[in-house]
Ligand binder design. Structure first.
Ligand SMILES: [Fe+2]
Ligand SMILES: [Fe+2]
Length: 316
């Protein structure tokens, strides 16, 4: 049992009934998960569960999208009759992310639960951007930056938690990898470091995310049967998709966070009567990974200049 300091009431009669995508509450049939997991969200199917409609977005990179196209995108989102947005990071860059968040809020006028991605710190610093975004969200009617929020109860059965996270270097072969992300050139905390120093920094950023998400996930599952974890970085090797395949050893250190994955998997192994759905991005390639019977990860796809809605989830 992870040392999370929260009670863990497990009711075996509740197995699977809170699953986000489960069609029937009478069974815990994994096939139902896979069926929905490998097809685009189908309104005819999802409407069975309609109560709360949540749109998931990730890696919008709106700084690369012309204003007119952004306006059209917001219009498309409004037409989907959503109740809330989950926004998974890489919204813009350090000099644009707060303006873009203000634009999203103004255009959508609904709760926007979000995390930041590595691009959101480009040409700035992690600390300064996080401070600015925390202040902006604290003063906002609609914006909720999840690292500064408590657990968000979405429905009676489902709660939301989230953190930006960071690729922690621990998957793949960091020291043989010749991948040099712009992160290491354009983010002040990571610039000019030797490889060993960078590895320690990435480890620390990943550990920070892991500790935060462990606490929040335990708290969420103490009161709910299902937790949605919104994050930017894939937490497992199996969720680090690149063009239909799992990323190789060169890229895994920079695109996945083992620290977060280890903690989330441990939590769910100890809670077989609960379910967790992780929503992430960062690799720009979509895929679904079932890590455990009660833990599934969706990775969103993205193309610069072409913002899109990943899925609409319905919660009962
Ligand atoms: Fe991205
Ligand atoms: Fe990213």
């Amino acid at each position: 049992m992870p040392e999370c300091g929260y009670p863990n009431p497990v009711n075996p009669n509740m197995i699977g009934t809170a699953a986000l995508f489960q069609v029937s509450s009478a069974t815990n049939e994994p096939q139902q998960w896979r069926q929905l997991a490998t097809t685009p969200c189908n309104d005819a199917v999802c409407r069975i569960l309609v109560d709360l409609r949540i749109g998931w977005l990730t890696d919008l990179h709106l700084n690369f999208v012309p204003p007119r196209k952004r306006t059209a995108f917001y219009s498309q989102l409004r037409e989907r009759d959503l109740d809330a947005i989950l926004l998974g990071g890489d919204i813009g860059e350090a000099d644009s992310v707060t303006q873009l968040l203000a634009e999203i809020e103004r255009e959508l006028q609904m709760p926007i639960y979000f995390v930041l991605g590595n691009h959101d710190f480009y040409r700035g610093s992690i600390a300064a951007v996080r401070d600015a975004v925390a202040a902006q969200a604290a003063a906002s009617r609609w914006l909720r930056w999840l690292p500064a929020s408590g657990v968000v109860p979405l429905t009676a059965a489902t709660a939301l938690a989230g953190h930006d996270s960071w690729a922690d270097g621990r998957l793949g072969d960091f020291f043989r990898s010749e991948v040099l992300l712009n992160d290491y050139l354009l983010i002040s905390e990571l610039r000019g470091q030797e490889k060993r120093e960078r590895y320690a920094q990435l480890n620390a950023l990943g550990d920070q995310a892991a500790e935060f998400l462990e606490r929040r996930a335990c708290e969420a599952l103490a009161g709910s049967n299902h937790v949605v974890v919104l994050t930017h970085v894939p937490p497992f090797r199996e969720s680090c998709w690149h063009e239909g395949r799992i990323s190789g050893g060169d890229y895994l250190p920079h695109f996945a966070c083992r620290a977060v994955g280890d903690r989330l998997a441990a939590i769910m192994r100890d809670r077989p009567g609960k379910t967790m759905t992780v929503l992430c991005g960062h690799t720009h390639s979509s895929g679904t990974a079932r890590i455990l019977d009660n833990l599934i990860v969706y990775t969103g796809r993205a193309q610069y200049g072409e913002p899109e809605l990943q899925r609409v989830f319905k919660l009962e």
